[in-house]
Design a protein around this ligand. Structure first.
Ligand code: GLN
Length: 615
């Protein structure tokens, strides 16, 4: 049975519980243990797929097509694991399971109640999912981090807290520990412990006793504050961890390590009883060494590389969480300090000039000074014209460009309009009446994702013949097939591909669809061959980037933004050394079903309506 560490939070949410939880997992991994994680989100949605990015941040996509909370991204990145949609438990999912069972008659006529039926379901779920292999060893994990979203005391999280209270007895004291993350505000220059005292009291009242209290604070936690927390929260000083603001979140594991987090957990959970073997120990040590190099290298970056991110959800930067992380990973590999300028794409549009000239000018100023221009994913028409002009700028002024999903679609629209002479070219998502549908609705109706019309999850892209010298292929290690995660419905119109590749018919270079799906019908990677770096992908490579294994398209982009010689260096290095992060078992082809579902039209309409709601 795995050891369980419940990470919950108090006072307010959004203070870095996810980072503390994944840092704890990472530290345990450096001792050779195999670590997995489960995120509990106490909202009623079944998953994050229907949530607006501007409200809830990015929808994170998994290999199996799960659309989940962005915290799962933290775990995949820090722990270098591959999670499934089952690793994200929501109120919606547990209720759905219990109601299904009730309808089937599984409860044999009993009155179905939150305690014990729902709370049992939560515990069964956690027990089952915590045993799923998630890393390259393909073995059962030794430790499972359970992160409970929200704060203790919320009505929403009450059934989960109760389930965890029962769970500590189900698995036994030496297999279950609680890490409570709290906030220490500063008032009048003094670090205040009252809110922490109150939240710990709440937690105890609900039957859970903190083994560790991680105190988030702006500056280092003072000795006297630590003593006070220890005294009033009835824990020893060794159980109080200070987590102040540090230069980057990559420092948090080392901060916790210095305060004895691992030593404490080793005793508390009797971790020495788990035999990690020589290979496990060596794996852990190598991870620690590489992580230390990464963080110390990060502190010594002085030269900067400036990227402009032209998106439509920039008011909520968490909407682009994984994109930012992928840029960070790449910048650390390239050895440059990353600066991101956020440009709301609609501010680049001609109308903005009259409506808000200051924003218009600021946006253009940022764009013109960019070392690299990135257009990420998105849904709906708002802001897309601004993205198109940004692509035009990148193409004509030879500024390194990376387009992701919608970013690839607008790049094709720009090319169609300004090079191929199709003045009204558009995507049928953005203008259903266009006479030149450069991008069209190509849903994927799959056996495994019933009712869904999105192309979701890990899919292969096959590089076309004679593309060995393409930059993006070399960055992917020269492989013929590469796997990335998808989340979209629209794609480049296969009927226009030949015309697009001919460009204006005069010049030899231009835009080439060098990577396609296994049927050859879906255009998945494009590259401009007479440009320093102009790459776009229909997939979302940001979801598979790791701090120690940056995503190839991002690495090439960042390197090109830092200079041509740096790009050349990384092309050479990756061509030899790049190893994809996916376990072999996740590379399975999912075959689409031909017109199987009579309700498919209605489902498509519902999906599209929801997508528009995301605008
Ligand atoms: N809206 C586009 C589509 O559905 C792009 C999606 C995205 O960027 N994730 O195809």
């Amino acid at each position: 049975m795995p050891k369980y560490i419940l990470v919950c939070g108090g006072v307010i949410s959004g203070i870095g519980k996810g980072v503390i939880a994944s840092s704890t997992g990472l530290l345990l991994k450096t001792t050779g243990l195999k670590v997995t994680s489960i995120k509990i989100d106490p909202y009623m949605n079944i998953d994050a797929g229907t949530m607006a990015p501007t409200e809830h941040g990015e929808v994170y996509v998994l290999n199996d097509g799960g659309e989940v909370d962005l915290d799962l991204g933290n775990y995949e990145r820090y722990l270098d694991v591959t999670l499934s949609k089952e690793h994200n438990l929501t109120t919606g999912k547990v209720y759905q399971r219990v109601i299904e069972k009730e309808r089937r008659g599984d409860y044999l006529g009993k009155t179905v109640q939150i305690i014990p039926h729902l709370t049992n379901e939560v515990q069964d779920w956690i027990e089952r999912v915590s045993k799923l292999p998630v890393d390259e060893t393909d073995e059962e994990p030794d430790v499972c981090i359970i992160e409970l979203g929200g704060t203790v005391g919320d009505i929403e999280s009450a059934p989960f807290i109760e389930a965890m209270r029962q769970f500590q007895f189900r698995v036994g004291h030496e297999n279950f520990a609680v890490l409570h993350v709290s906030l220490i505000p500063v008032v009048g220059g003094e670090q205040k412990t009252k809110p922490t005292q109150a939240t710990v009291r709440d937690l105890r009242g609900l039957g859970l006793f903190p083994d560790l209290i991680a105190c988030r604070c702006e500056k280092e936690l003072e000795r006297s504050t630590m003593d006070k927390v220890s005294m009033f929260c009835h824990v020893s000083p060794a159980q109080v961890m200070g987590v102040h603001n540090v230069q980057s979140t990559y420092h948090v594991p080392l901060l916790l390590q210095d305060q004895g987090l691992v030593t404490y957990l080793q005793t508390r959970l009797n971790l020495s009883s788990i035999d990690v073997g020589d290979r496990g120990r060596a794996r852990g040590q190598s991870l620690m060494t590489r992580w230390k190099q990464l963080t110390s290298g990060h502190d010594r970056l002085f030269e900067t590389v400036s990227i402009v991110l032209v998106g439509k959800y920039t008011s909520m930067q968490d909407s682009y969480m994984s994109v930012v992380k992928a840029l960070e990973h790449a910048s650390m590999r390239v050895g440059r300090k990353l600066t991101i300028q956020w440009v709301e794409s609609s501010h680049l549009e001609p109308e903005a000039q009259h409506e808000d000239p200051v924003k218009y000018h600021d946006a253009w100023k940022a764009l013109c000074s960019a070392g690299g221009i990135l257009v990420p994913g998105g849904f709906g028409v708002r802001g897309t014209e601004g993205m198109i002009v940004a692509v035009k700028w990148a193409r004509e002024h030879k500024v390194p460009f990376l387009g992701i999903c919608l970013g690839m679609q607008v790049a094709v629209i720009e090319w169609a309009r300004n090079v191929c002479g199709m003045a009204d070219a558009n995507s049928s998502e953005l203008d259903p009446n266009t006479t030149h549908p450069a991008v069209i609705f190509m849903p994927e109706i799959s056996k495994t994702h019933l009712g869904g019309t999105m192309r979701l999850g890990l899919r292969p892209t096959i590089f076309q013949p004679s593309t060995e010298n393409a930059k993006i292929r070399r960055l992917y290690g020269g492989e013929e097939t590469v796997w990335e995660r998808h989340r979209h419905r629209y794609e480049v119109n296969p009927e226009l591909v030949e015309r697009f590749e001919q460009g204006d018919g005069k010049s030899t270079g231009g835009l080439k669809f060098i990577g396609r799906d296994e049927s050859g019908q879906r255009m998945q990677i494009l590259e401009m061959d007479d440009h320093p770096y102009f790459v776009a992908l229909q997939a979302h490579p940001e979801f598979c980037s790791r701090p120690l294994n940056p995503s190839p398209p991002f690495l090439g982009f960042l390197a090109a933004a830092a200079g041509q010689s740096i790009l050349a260096e990384h092309l050479q290095r990756n061509e030899k050394e790049y190893r994809p992060p996916h376990p072999e078992s996740s590379k399975t082809l999912r075959s689409p079903v031909e017109a199987a579902d009579p309700d498919v039209e209605a489902k498509i309409a519902a999906d599209v309506a929801r997508a528009n709601g995301r605008e």
